[in-house]
Design a protein around this ligand. Structure first.
Ligand code: ATP
Length: 355
């Protein structure tokens, strides 16, 4: 493998009670978070939740109305962007169209007046690392989307900043390339030991890359946790719904007043109770039963929708993920079971987890 550029031992980053208002609109409302050195922290959330604003405040491109930004133990809240020792990759890549790949990568170093020999050495390292060796004389317009993305990444890495910020860097790429690049970026980040703050609204990207996911909603931190923790133990209905595909099934059991019960599709099992063409046997009162209302075949598995007996129509829909060859089909009467310990219970009024 190509030599590893030496620097990059990541540094810690924290935000303390950061708020940002536009007029009377709270774009960020008391946001606190902490990335440990060498950690990849993903800011995840729907459009407009404040991810980019958070990133811009970390970068120093925008200023918080209240709160503090601390990088490597130093309060940088009032430090200008240029003096924060970080690198940033934008969604647009922001490459200079009239400059070669090499000059694009080296631009920041030229501005900083680094000696030519040092620049050339770093260029060779980064080009090797990113597989850009044969492309250094091309212009951005002569590159594929993935190659342009690598150049933008190269420009961030060549600076050897211990903290790297990325704002939806893969959103211009097609699905296959996105999946490939997220593995590449994750591998590079780990290999170099960088601390990385990565903005995306794509939960699959967040789950596959992150050490820690900070899920944002309406300018606030909804939940911050490792990906598996967020998936297995969402603290709110919003978090439960935002993570997971198909979305978690949430039902309002008639007897659990004020509660919402949720189960993920893979934790739900359906057992056919009777051939729908024959008269149905009487059903026991307790175990959950229902009728299959739709089935989506996906190959390896299928998604089966069930309407539960005894629930109001809007409150009793479940989706189960079953093997592709499972016999469930619309009209079939089934008993429904949830894997032990896999039921999520929320307070219907506050949306907070209660069990
Ligand atoms: P997206 O995924 O769509 O990029 P985001 O989560 O990054 O969204 P931000 O760009 O941080 O969201 O914006 C947060 C909120 O602040 C949005 O409602 C946005 O309209 C608002 N906002 C951002 N910049 C400004 C501005 N300069 N003036 C007024 N409102 C702004």
């Amino acid at each position: 493998p190509p030599p590893i550029p030496d620097p990059a031992v990541g540094v810690g980053l924290s935000l303390h009670h950061v708020s940002r208002r536009w007029g009377d609109f709270n774009a960020l409302d008391d946001v606190s978070l902490e990335a440990r050195p060498g950690e990849l922290l993903v800011l995840l959330g729907p459009s407009g939740c404040g991810k980019s604003t958070t990133l811009r405040i970390i970068a120093g491109l925008d200023t918080a109305d209240a709160g503090r930004v601390v990088i490597a133990g130093r309060d940088v809240t009032r430090v200008p962007a240029g003096n924060r020792d970080l690198a940033m990759v934008f969604q647009s890549y922001a490459l200079f169209p009239h400059l070669s790949v090499a000059r694009n990568i080296l631009f920041g170093l030229e501005v900083r007046g680094l000696p030519v020999a040092e620049r050339q050495q770093r260029l060779a390292e980064v080009a090797g690392l990113l597989g850009l060796g044969g492309l250094l004389d091309r212009r951005p317009a002569q590159l594929s989307g993935g190659q342009q993305q690598r150049v933008a990444l190269g420009r961030a890495l060549v600076a050897r900043a211990p903290l790297c910020l990325m704002d939806e860097p893969l959103s211009n790429l097609d699905a296959r390339l996105r999946a490939e690049m997220r593995r590449e970026i994750r591998a590079l980040q780990q290999r170099l030991g960088l601390t990385m703050i990565y903005v995306t609204h794509d939960q699959a990207e967040a789950m596959s890359m992150a050490d820690q996911v900070v899920l944002m909603n309406g300018g606030r931190v909804e939940q911050a946790a490792a990906p598996d923790r967020l998936y297995e133990r969402p603290e709110t209905v919003f978090a439960a719904r935002f993570i997971g595909q198909p979305p978690i099934s949430l039902v309002r059991p008639p007897r659990m007043t004020g509660r919402l019960a949720g189960a993920r599709a893979e934790d739900i099992t359906l057992t056919p109770l009777a051939d729908p063409m024959r008269p149905r046997p009487p059903r026991p009162a307790h175990p959950l039963t229902g009728m299959v209302v739709d089935r989506e075949y996906l190959g390896a598995d299928c998604l089966v929708g069930v309407q539960l007996d005894g629930f109001a129509p809007a409150d009793g829909r479940l989706t189960a993920r079953l093997p592709g060859h499972h016999p469930a089909s619309p009209g079939m009467v089934v008993s429904v079971s949830i894997a032990h310990g896999r039921l999520h219970v929320f307070d219907a009024a506050t949306g907070r987890r209660v069990a």
